[in-house]
Write a protein that binds this ligand. Sequence first.
Ligand code: ATP
Ligand code: MG
Length: 298
Amino acid sequence: MPSGEKIPFKRRRKKRHPKKTEEKADLKRVKDKLEHKVQERTAELALTIQALQNEIEDHRQTEVALRQSREQLRDLSRKILDAQENERRLVAQEIHDSIGGSLAAIKFALEEKLDSMGKNPLPEVISLEKIISQVDETIKESRRISANLRPSLLDDLGLIATITWFCREFEKVYPDIQIDQQITVAEDEIPEMLKVVVYRVLQEALNNAAKHSEATRIRLKFGRHGNRIELSVADDGIGFDPEEKLTESKVVSGFGLPSMRDRTFLCEGRFEIISGKGKGTTVRISLPCDADSIGASR
Ligand SMILES: Nc1ncnc2c1ncn2[C@@H]1O[C@H](COP(=O)(O)OP(=O)(O)OP(=O)(O)O)[C@@H](O)[C@H]1O
Ligand SMILES: [Mg+2]
């Protein structure tokens, strides 16, 4: 062959290998199958996601309903407490004005009678003097009952004057217990709607200390810290297990502790009892002053 002459290029047809073709077909089948499976799984997943979303929505709706009914319950409790407080105010007023007024009139009439009898040491005079002193005692008792139901001082002079009065009366009734008062808040710094709550908690905490603690000293602290009103009543008595008492049925235990706790919670406040056998007892509440967060008159 002369040099430079091109060698004719003979295109050789690639021969299809039957084995390779089969492999390819197998691969395609597997791929199709996989794709099908992926589609199936994707559809299943979409259904599961939809079911989950439905469940989440159900939960959300239940939560909303629960929140609403909790709010309604709270509202109702506030209304019941308001009604109870109004009822107490009315009964206290009735006792004071009607029974107290009649007793005062009887006493006055008896004293008049006694005066008109002169100073004769007749047996009638002596028995009249006795009756007058009994009437006097009954007047005091009716005043005490009326004030315990709802001290008019609270509405007339405010919470601080009422606390001071209550402590003074308490020390008269329980001369073995001394109360140290540390009041660092001014009357106009206490939101109106919190006054009854603080007074009722203080009343119950002091009554509990007198009834159960065998304490000789009670430290009362009442102040405002930032946007919160705080009250603590600490006795140096025998103490108790608050968890046990708060979980016991009210019939076995009493109404005082749950009532203090519920009143506090209704004002979005915090309630705490620190106590232990032989360690004294401290009742502490902390109430937000922000009226919006309270949302009602209590
Ligand atoms: N300061 C305290 N010291 C010792 N024990 C206390 C004190 N406060 C409460 N307790 C105990 O907790 C119990 C429950 O108190 P709670 O005020 O709920 O009921 P109560 O005082 O017995 O009855 P009620 O308040 O309904 O008249 C009391 O019976 C007492 O055993
Ligand atoms: Mg009690």
